[in-house]
Design a binder for this molecule. Structure first.
Ligand SMILES: [Zn+2]
Length: 246
């Protein structure tokens, strides 16, 4: 659990509950995480803010369990979609807001209608993807094909989070500068290897190619590259001199 969450807890409950974190809060969170009941998306959000639950790993577990339940027909196609829509929406919002804060923007005040539309498009595309996966799982179950490949795809879901994060970074920081940081699994991909370490503005990366993009030689779905900001926010013109043609 993060120090931030720990400190927040004490600021709320004070020293008289000094053993409350270890004695009550942490066991309660562990219980929730390990129970078969889903942590409701809004509670998961709060626990994520406290640093008490890693929300991406939790969502991957939710996704895998739902894939198994769909395959073994314990739930139907619609229920499968219902489970995911609220989680996906919140995970993507979280990724987007994290990137905005990285760009020294306040998501509550600085979000524009144009950015909101981009975010909504990403969510809709993800719903369509989940809908396709659901259809493929039902087909696999009916044709006695294995479930394992779908479970492996759930493990790659963290890359979807990174995709939204990278996109939000570039969209909301078009004048800012970012270095392409090669992912752990990327040794196979020529496009990524070529971009690794290069520094461009958000607008330039959007016009060139983005991590996780289908335009990558590797197809993007396994890409875990990310953009990393270079220099302080608003350092645009100064850094332009240093990084242009980089
Ligand atoms: Zn990559």
């Amino acid at each position: 659990m993060s120090e931030e969450g720990h400190n927040y807890f004490f600021s709320m409950y004070g020293d008289e509950y000094s053993d409350g974190w270890d004695r009550i809060f942490k066991p309660a969170v562990d219980y929730l995480e390990n129970s078969n009941e889903l942590i409701p998306p809004e509670l998961l959000d709060d626990l994520g803010d406290l640093g008490a639950v890693k929300t991406v790993s939790y969502y991957k577990r939710v996704l895998k369990k739902a894939m198994r339940d769909l395959y073994y027909m314990r739930i139907g196609h619609d229920e499968f979609l219902d489970i995911h829509s609220a989680y996906v929406q919140r995970q993507f919002r979280r990724a987007w807001n994290t990137a905005m804060r990285e760009n020294c923007l306040d998501p509550r005040k600085d979000m524009t209608a144009e950015w909101e539309a981009i975010y909504q498009d990403l969510v809709v595309a993800e719903y369509e993807y989940i809908d396709r996966i659901a259809q493929e799982i039902v087909y696999a179950a009916n044709n006695k094909e294995p479930l394992a490949p779908f479970i492996q795809r759930a493990d790659l879901w963290a890359n979807r989070w990174t995709d939204v994060y990278n996109r939000a970074l570039a969209e909301t920081g078009q004048e800012e500068w970012y270095r392409w940081v090669l992912g752990q699994t990327e040794k196979h991909c020529e496009t990524c290897a070529d971009r690794a370490g290069k520094i461009k503005t958000g607008a330039e990366w959007l016009a060139d190619v983005m991590p996780q993009s289908q335009a990558l030689e590797c197809g993007g779905w396994r890409c875990d590259c990310r953009l990393e900001r270079v220099g302080p926010c608003g350092g645009g013109s100064l850094y332009a001199l240093m990084f242009a043609n980089g």
